[in-house]
Ligand binder design. Sequence first.
Ligand SMILES: [Zn+2]
Length: 378
Amino acid sequence: MCKSNLRQSANLIYGSYIAFFACVVLISSGAIAQSIPDNEVSAFELAQLTVQPGEQVSGEIPVSSGTASNPEASFIPVTITHGPKPGPVLALIAGIHGSEYAPIMAMQGLPELIDPASLSGTLIVVHVANMPAFQGRTIYFGPGDLKNLNRSFPGVADGTITERIAYTLTHQVMMRSDYLIDIHAGDGNEKLRPSYSAYYAEAGGETVVQESRRIAVAFGLDTIVQFAGSYDSAEDAIYTSAQAVTLGIPAMDVESGELARTDGAYVDPIIAGVLSVLRELNMIAGEPDLPPNPLFISDRARVYSEHNGIWRADPLVQSGDYVSAGTRLGVITDYFGNELETITAPASGILLILFGTPPVNEGDNIVVIGRVLSSRDN
Ligand SMILES: [Zn+2]
C-alpha cells in the first residue's frame, strides 16, 4: 500500500471515530441524531485532474519537455473512476508498446462498464502509455529516441522522451497505486499464444509476490508465466511491472493479442480479466472467475537471430502449439531468398511467441517457448 493510501485509511479510521463519538454525544444529550457519513472518501487528484467520489473523469497527464537539446513533450490519456467507498487503487496500463493494439482497444471499452457510484476504491486506466510510439506506429521502440519504454523504468525526469514517459508513469501512476496491471500483446510483428498472464514470483518480498500471484490468478487466464529473479534497487528494475514490485506494489502482466490485430478474441479476455480482478479486490460486486486449473510456466527458452534478413515461419507451426525440442519453426534467408539458417525449437513446451512478419535483424528474439512445470513444482 502506498503512502497516500495509508494516509487515506488513517483518515477514514479517524473519521469513523469522530462520527461515532458525535452520535454518542447527540443521543446522550437527547438531540435527534443526524446521519453523519462514517466512510467519507476525499477527492482523488492526479496531475491536473481532480476526481470527486462517485465520478469518472478523463484527461491527460502531461509529459514535460526535457532539455533544450531534446525538447519533445507528450501526454498520457487516462480515465480515472473514483468510487465513493474506500478501497484499493488499481492502475491498468495499456500501450507501453504503441503497436500492441488489443490492450488499447480493451481500455477504450472498459470505463463505461464501471459504475462510478458503486465502485470501492479507484481505477486508473492508462489508455496509451507510449503516445509517440502509437502515433508513430513503431514496434518495440519510440520513434524519436529508439528506446524501449519497457526497458526504461524508473525513468529520468530530464531524459529522452521515452525516459520521461517512464518517469511520469512511475511517479504519477505507479506510486499512486496499490495494484498494477501492465497489459501487452504480441507486438505488431509477433504471433502470440492467445492470452496469458504473468507475475514476478521472486521479486518484491513475500507479501508482494503473494498479492501479485493473487491478481494474476484472478485475471482468469489458463496459462500464467512466473518471472524469475528479483532486483537490488528500483534503478535495476527496468521493466514496468518489475519497477512496481520493486517499489512494493503488487503487479502483473497480461499478454493478449498479436500482429496489430484488434479482434474480440484478443480484446474480450482483457476486459473480462480486469472485471474479475476488480471482483477479487472487492472493488465491484461479485465473485472472480478463477481458472480451474491454471498452467504455470517458470522457464522460457528463447531464440535470437544471428542474421539480418527475411523470416519465413513454418506454415505448420502456430503460436500456442506444443512443440518438441528440434521442431522446425521457420527459416531465415538473405534478401535474395538464399537460406541462412533453419530455426528449430530449443526446448519442448508451449510456443508463446513467434515472429510473424518478414523483417528479421541480428539480435531479434524470434522465438519464445514456455517450459511447463508439473503441478508439484508450484
Ligand atoms: Zn509489449
